[in-house]
Design a protein around this ligand. Structure first.
Ligand SMILES: O=C(O)CCC(=O)C(=O)O
Ligand SMILES: [Fe+2]
Length: 315
């Protein structure tokens, strides 16, 4: 089904907007079907929590209680780093809402595997093939996180690290997402400043390539899940105070996008701590489930080798 394309307070200066595809969870018949028929573009999935599912009932107070006493990991877009914020201070600011410019605290990847919230944040069955979990990467926390966003907050355009795939499911609130495909994402990169275009403050004349681009947009509502594939840049506007869950994944189905994203980060000097090539080289055969996935992995490793040979030759 199709909805009219959504538009955020700070829309991307694109030629056209197109509504993200919406499906019901029952239409997805397992992991292979998901990657064959759905996962090549952003997707809204309805019906992930059947009536009576405990995640649907989780209040903000339940989330606060379930977090324990450890400070929250807040992503600070100005510093491009995590900030540890005491729980009490965060919930006070959450109640006040974000300043009009959309700044303020936002929690989208505070890991909760070691808290009572973990079972509520289990990814749906079609999102359970994940190389972040278990050896050799062993970044299990990436699989499920809590999401807590005050009303009015705006996350400017960015790519998630390692070209990873992401999902978010809201228990309450609303968020408007705008996406650029991997091919159009580069037009929004301000190379000399090593950052993406910020729709709140930057002159659209700085990103002329977007004038012919199409943004995929969606307003994510409570009870819905949003998925985005590897390498899609996104900006997120939170119209209503929101809480829910999210997670990140890497796997055989989109490993080429992950490698492209990671090599691009290395080129720009913004790559994180994971040596993706080394991890992929050590991936045990039993963690690859399909012949197509095996071929993707081989192609991705070849791309890493070629990139490193070029970078070595250039340097
Ligand atoms: O919800 C937000 O403000 C940002 C979310 C996001 O960028 C993500 O989940 O990757
Ligand atoms: Fe993101």
């Amino acid at each position: 089904m199709m909805l009219p394309p959504a538009r955020s307070r700070f829309p991307l200066p694109v030629a056209a907007r197109r509504a993200v595809r919406v499906v019901h969870a029952d239409e997805i018949r397992g992991i292979d079907d998901f990657y064959e028929r759905f996962a090549h573009e952003p997707l809204v999935v309805r019906g992930i929590w059947p009536p009576g599912h405990p995640a649907r009932e989780l209040s903000l107070a339940d989330v606060q209680a379930g977090l324990g006493s450890r400070p929250l990991d807040v992503w600070d877009t100005r510093r491009q780093d995590y900030l540890a914020v005491p729980l009490g201070a965060f919930f006070e600011a959450f109640a006040r809402g974000s300043p009009a410019d959309g700044s303020g605290w936002n929690i989208v990847d505070h890991h909760i595997v070691d808290t009572p919230l973990a079972p509520f944040a289990a990814p749906p069955p079609f999102l359970r093939r994940n190389w972040f979990v278990g050896a050799p990467v062993s970044w299990d926390g990436m699989e499920r996180s809590v999401v807590l966003t005050p009303a009015g907050r705006f996350s400017p355009l960015h790519l998630d690290s390692y070209g990873m795939q992401g999902w978010m499911a809201l228990v309450a609130g609303r968020k408007t997402w705008e996406f650029l495909s991997p091919a159009e994402t580069r037009a929004a990169w301000l190379g000399e400043e090593r950052r993406f275009f910020d729709a709140r403050t930057d002159d659209p004349a700085r990103v002329p390539g977007l004038a012919t681009a199409t943004a995929y947009t969606a307003t994510l509502e409570a009870g819905e899940l949003l998925f985005f594939p590897g390498g899609w840049a996104h900006q997120v506007d939170t119209d209503e105070a929101s809480h829910g869950f999210g997670g990140s994944l890497l796997n055989e189905h989109q490993v080429e996008a992950h490698v492209r994203g990671w090599l691009w980060e290395r080129e720009q000097g913004v790559a994180g701590d994971l040596d993706l090539r080394a991890a992929l080289e050590r991936m045990p055969a039993e963690r690859v489930h399909t012949p197509g996935g095996r071929a993707n992995l081989t192609a991705a490793l070849r791309a890493c080798a070629e990139w490193e040979a070029r970078a070595g030759g250039a340097g």
